[in-house]
Design a protein around this ligand. Sequence first.
Ligand code: C2O
Ligand code: CU
Length: 615
Amino acid sequence: MGVPVVAAVAAAAAIIFFAFTAGQPAAMAAIVEHTFIVSQVNMTRSCKETLVTVVNGQLPGPSIEVTEGDSLSVHVVNKSPYNITIHWHGVKQRLSCWADGVPMITQCPIRPDHNFTYRFDVAGQEGTLLWHAHVGCFRATLHGALIIRPRQGASSYPFPKPHLEIPMILGEWWDMDLVKLDRNMVGGDFLDNPTAMTINGQLGAPFNCSGIVKDGFVLEVETGMTYLLRVINAALFTEFYLKIAGHKLTVVAADANYVNPYTTDTIAIAPGETLDVLVVADAPPGKYCMVAVALQSPKPDQQLPFFMTSGTVQYSHKNGTSGHHNVAPVVPDLPDQHDTMTTYYFHGNLTSLRQPQVPVHPDEYFFITLSDGSICRHGRQSCKRSGSNESILAVAMNNVSFQIPRSVAAPLLESHYYHRNNDTASIGGVDLFMLPNSPPRVFNFTDHSLVPDGPKEAQLEATEKRMVGRRFRHGTAVEVVFQNTALMQTGSHPMHLHGHDMFVLAQDYGIYDEVKDVAKYNLVDPPVKNTVVVPRLGWVALRFIADNPGVWYVHCHFDFHDTRGMAAVFIVEDGPTVASILPPPPDDLPKCNHDDDGVFNELEPYEGKDGVSQS
Ligand code: C2O
Ligand code: CU
């Protein structure tokens, strides 16, 4: 099955058309076309063969390279047995919410043996993003780089022109079937672990197969040259520290927005984040180890096995052959998997290179707690919690956990589009539950003693499953403070907003203080991000302008949180001008797949198999 697909890849290389834009004779906007054939192939990464779902037979999938202002047209041909959508993570999708690729929010998924062409412009952004499947856990194998170069060419980079640019995708390898993984998570069981960590799909050391250590990713460099690493985190569960022995790393962009150059020896990158990083080959010629270590919160949080992967930076000889084959690589000090300070400072040290227009006074303000919670089974009002069988664990924002009811038969965006003048209460015939502006209870949010299971937090856990979201008038300046909690666990959360970038104004440990902490806001050069890491035992404050009409998913980019409801929809209404009205859906937008009882079926029904009640 794999062979014909691989053969098709060569034929499906990117096609680029150029079109002259009227009135701008100098600017050539291209239409960049790709064909993505989604199919299952057998791959051997660990000791055994695993059937994986990939694009064009490759893992990672093909890189998309465009110039700022280009249009993309990606033909997705679904030859897999699953429903699929592809999301263009971080692409702003101005007036093209239809192409955002979120099942049942912006589109019905592409059914097996069906096609859909995603068409959208990539404008006003430069740097590295990624594309990935947005169905179940398929992001683990269906992902690739999306690279946006400046229209004026590489010499217009606001940093020294690199000799080479290399996508570096950090990910996980799962021997486990990803459909089973998703089913387990929806059912409240999240004890599954990946097999290994990967760089560009390679396992690397220390993973070994029957005692033989795997060769990892190799970066060939020449002395004195500068390299641009386009680092992407495509993992489902893992935030990484990345380090190269003997070399400094200079971050020049994050989430396709330039930052003031920030030089460090360790970068931190959470799922959904992307970083453009310069590395200069200025060490004595030789071999240097690069390591990516998976972070986790210290005990008493639940502990996963220690995971890391390695690759090699290899200096080549002037005559073109690479030497040093028998030399052992220089190994860096390993980052500590339990060190959550380094990522905190790393993210806190990023500032925008170009001063963005930050809204000075927000029109709307949210204080949102991120926490674990629990829902009584069988629709009961009260039950035993904290891990008891009477309840199921969920994750939530302000104690509401996102779920699209099974009765919703059409994507929310479609319902919204055809009933745009409706009241604010419903969408597609279903009540849109208003995301509360603050949590139902105030407590000592970051109190460590909430971590071990116990009756103490039972009242705080009470969570409801809802189709939760908020509607914003076009142009609303929104401020969100995400307050992390220690309820049952203390992990961080990479919160991702579709269709908009966010200004990250401040972060700190402990509990946000509405009066005092506003003074810490950076309104001058805050980093501009699509994924914002909410620190462990702390908070982050951000603003964005809701000026892109559509229905936008906002969620934690850890898959086990997204799947279990740490999510909402932000609905942005049309603006007053023609240029601020969402155009009609494309004609070929997929139709939904309803099973026998007429109910929509994604990969699995949205409802868990365990009888969690629908509201
Ligand atoms: Cu990268 Cu909603 O996703
Ligand atoms: Cu999370």
